[in-house]
Design a protein around this ligand. Structure first.
Ligand code: FNR
Length: 362
């Protein structure tokens, strides 16, 4: 890897492992309990084949698309992930600059290590803000208002975290909950620290486990921004989400960090897309490591994918440049896949270009 630099996104993971203290690397890389879903998120992509068409003019490939009306250079966005300063001293500011350079959308995590304001003043990328709802509802209201005031374009409500999943590496490493920059002056978490707290205790103390569908109305009442719901895995919830009139959904199992033995996200994407029936856009995340993975998700109905861990690995290895490289590698791989598959533009990536395991002869 050292001689020529990484040639694919997975090699950034090795560089990140070398660059980071074990506790922080494990925090980023780990999943819940047996980490079954963590492996499956990646493995399930390998069971889908691509069915290329030949003799199509692919001399020009157009990767561009739109999400909620915003033009982006490729259907590859940056997922909300916590605490980028543990990966690199510039934290989310570097990630956001990379998003701007790649002309894509960054979803800033609620649990970021740079503030909403720091990130917006340092780049002109289109930004969405990911929201967790704490028992203290006023905190959500304040953060949403700050996001709106600072030019964020949408709220991504993460709905799969009434409590924190059990991540055993963090328990073993005694990973502590760092003070959250966005919440300075809003929430005293000293209590959580005093009783020798870890991430799990902190989250369970703060998170509002009573949050439910009826609260979407409340969220709508405190903002004019469009609201997306992240963490949908079933047709039932997809239908529900479309019914309550949200602006989009994100098929996600939180990178396998919440409930272990949820299905790999790519295996439920199509079911969700059918349930939604085109009423709202469907975004996707989980296990995307190759341009072919992006292609498969698009063929199964995703409007765009979000990238979690590889972005952090790029950031840990090489800062803003590393994040740019990760996004660029995925874009280049997607472009090549489209050329070799006879798809000159994103709209040509139709359902018949892939086969799932079920559709193949035994
Ligand atoms: C996450 N994810 C996440 N999601 C969210 O809504 N808010 C958050 O603060 C975080 N934090 C977070 C931290 C770390 C270290 C990881 C790996 C993930 C989940 C994230 O948005 C996304 O769903 C997954 O990361 C996608 O899977 P991949 O790309 O990591 O396989």
């Amino acid at each position: 890897i050292m001689a020529v630099g990484p040639v694919n996104v997975n090699e950034f993971q090795e560089l990140a492992r070398e660059a980071l203290p074990k506790m922080h690397y494990d925090f980023y890389a780990g999943g819940a309990e047996d980490q079954h879903t963590l492996k499956e998120n990646v493995e399930a992509f390998r069971r889908i084949t691509i069915q290329p068409r030949i003799l199509v003019d692919v001399s020009r490939i157009d990767l561009s698309t739109t999400v909620l009306g915003y033009n982006i250079s490729a259907p590859i966005m940056i997922a909300p992930t916590a605490l980028h300063k543990l990966a690199h001293p510039e934290g989310e500011v570097a990630t956001a600059r990379a998003a701007a350079a790649c002309k894509t959308i960054m979803v800033l995590s609620f649990t970021s290590s740079c503030t909403v304001e720091e990130v917006s003043s340092s780049c002109n990328a289109v930004r969405f803000f990911q929201l967790y709802v704490y028992k203290r509802r006023d905190i959500a209201a304040v953060l949403v208002q700050r996001a709106e005031k600072n030019g964020y374009k949408a709220i991504v409500l993460t709905a799969d975290t009434p409590r924190l999943g059990r991540r055993e590496a963090d328990i073993r490493n005694k990973m502590v909950a760092p003070r959250l920059k966005n919440l300075e002056g809003l929430l005293s978490i000293e209590a959580a620290f005093d009783n020798g707290s870890n991430l799990e205790a902190y989250a369970n103390e703060t998170m509002d486990a009573s949050l439910s569908w009826k609260d979407i109305e409340w969220l709508r009442s405190i903002t004019n921004m469009p609201i997306l719901i992240k963490g949908i895995l079933t047709r039932e919830d997809a239908i529900k989400a479309a019914e309550v009139g949200i602006a989009g959904i994100v098929v996600s199992n939180h990178g396998a960090r919440q409930l272990d033995y949820t299905p790999a996200t790519i295996t439920v994407l199509e079911e969700v897309v059918h349930a939604v029936g085109g009423r709202v856009p469907v975004l996707f995340d989980g296990g995307v490591r190759r341009g072919t993975d992006v292609f498969k998700a698009l063929a199964l109905g995703a409007q765009a994918v979000l990238i979690g861990r590889p972005v952090i690995y790029g950031l840990a290895a090489k800062g803003e440049y590393g994040v740019r490289r990760v996004i660029q590698m995925l874009k280049d791989e997607l472009e090549l896949t489209m050329a070799l598959c006879g798809c000159p533009s994103v709209k040509d990536i139709t359902r018949s270009r892939v086969r799932t395991q079920r559709e193949r002869l035994p």
